[in-house]
Design a protein around this ligand. Structure first.
Ligand SMILES: Nc1nc2c(c(=O)[nH]1)N[C@H]1C(S)=C(S)[C@@H](COP(=O)(O)O)O[C@H]1N2
Ligand SMILES: [Mo]
Length: 212
């Protein structure tokens, strides 16, 4: 793996819990599933318990939060999204939704990249509540907010939605709005696409204040 960090990131020596959900992690249903809805060949659900029998891969990757911190060398295991997503021909974007209400939108082609994982294990153990149990999205080329934890639903869209991100709570959602996280951005870390509206240095400054 390349040793360098994307522009404007600083390495932490730990992997903190972070995000728009500042409360406790959401309760996980006893038999959790991920729903695939919208512009798909056929709406379906996959039980988290069935992940073990699907095509899997291991991914060694750094994790980059838009607030400016990076956690290095994480070892994720799970099912590549492109192994299970069946978008219809008209599909353009996907909306990823977490059990706590946090959500984010990706370009379909970004979501189908081979390093985008539905991860159920981290560093050799089942994913815990702190980092997104039972399953989270891992997209290392995109900022943390795209990497939705406690993933419960993937909606395939046929147009870019008017609103592209949502926080897990009212205040967090308002904070995102105020920072311009209404408008779509691919949020690619190497291109430093921190925000669709504000310059990257403004987001880095905010990140210094609210960061872990
Ligand atoms: N469900 C959910 N997913 C989420 C968040 C959240 O609050 N809830 N926060 C996002 C943000 S802003 C970041 S930086 C990462 C943090 O992941 P971590 O808590 O595993 O470090 O999760 C992202 N995914
Ligand atoms: Mo973040």
């Amino acid at each position: 793996m390349d040793d360098s960090l994307p522009p404007g990131q600083r390495a932490l020596d730990r992997f903190p819990r972070f995000g728009t959900n500042q409360g406790p992690p959401p309760a996980v249903p006893s038999a959790p599933v991920i729903e695939f809805a919208g512009a798909v060949d056929a709406p379906t659900t996959i039980a988290a318990a069935d992940f073990a029998s699907l095509p899997r891969r291991t991914l060694l990757a750094d994790f980059h939060c838009v607030a400016g911190w990076s956690a290095r060398g994480l070892r994720w295991e799970g099912v590549p999204l492109r192994e299970v997503l069946r978008p219809s021909a008209a599909a353009t974007h996907v909306r990823l939704v977490g059990l706590d209400g946090h959500w984010s939108v990706m370009l379909l082609e970004d979501a189908l990249a081979d390093d985008v994982l539905l991860a159920d294990r981290l560093d050799g153990t089942p994913l815990g509540a702190k980092h997104g149990a039972p399953v989270r999205l891992v997209a290392p080329a995109h900022y943390g907010f795209v990497n939705v934890k406690h993933l419960c639903r993937i909606e395939v869209l046929t147009a870019e939605p008017a609103q592209s991100h949502g926080g897990a709570s009212g205040p967090a959602d308002l904070g995102l709005r105020l920072l311009g996280y209404r408008r779509f951005t691919r949020a690619r870390v190497w291109e430093e696409e921190r925000n669709a509206v504000l310059p990257a240095r403004v987001i880095r400054l905010v990140g210094r204040v609210i960061g872990p």
